[in-house]
Design a protein around this ligand. Structure first.
Ligand code: ZN
Length: 152
């Protein structure tokens, strides 16, 4: 069975919210990094799907305005956060600051991109209200630079 880095993370020991480098690969001198953007405490809380979905749409556009080289940002199946894959090597503070600025933006926006039926796979399942509530909760708790100890 293939080894998956995040499967060996002890989810009982982490202290969300945080950002964490979950892996990197270099091939032909090109490095790609994967980040764990954890919003909620694993096995204690989970984002409702409408909030997760709206956050996904808003992260897709706004994080790309904050950070160049983003390949993908996708929700975790456990609904406690997102994975982000990005070209190049980054300082963890750069990732945290981009997420912080994006969440501040989300708390203020009245617009969700790509919510028309033809642009989305489940256009009925969005909640900007809920997305804002969870974005504010993460901001209130602070985004740690380390998954196991609160470094704000
Ligand atoms: Zn969608």
């Amino acid at each position: 069975m293939a080894k998956v880095e995040s499967f060996s993370l002890n989810h009982d020991l982490v202290k969300a919210p945080y950002v964490r480098l979950a892996g990197s690969e270099t091939q032909q001198d090109v490095t790609i990094e994967k980040y764990d953007l954890r919003f909620l405490q694993p096995n204690a809380d989970a984002l409702p799907t409408a909030a997760l979905h709206t956050l996904e749409h808003l992260l897709a556009t706004q994080m790309r305005d904050e950070l160049t080289g983003i390949i993908d940002i996708s929700p975790m199946g456990c609904r406690t956060g997102f994975y982000m894959i990005v070209w190049g090597q980054h300082d963890i503070k750069e990732i945290r600051d981009a997420l912080y600025n994006t969440l501040v933006f989300i708390t203020k926006t009245d617009f969700v991109p790509a919510v028309a039926r033809e642009a989305c796979g489940n256009y009925r399942d969005h909640s900007l209200f809920s997305a804002k509530e969870y974005a504010q909760q993460v901001l209130d708790q602070g985004i740690s630079l380390d998954p196991f100890q609160r470094i704000l």
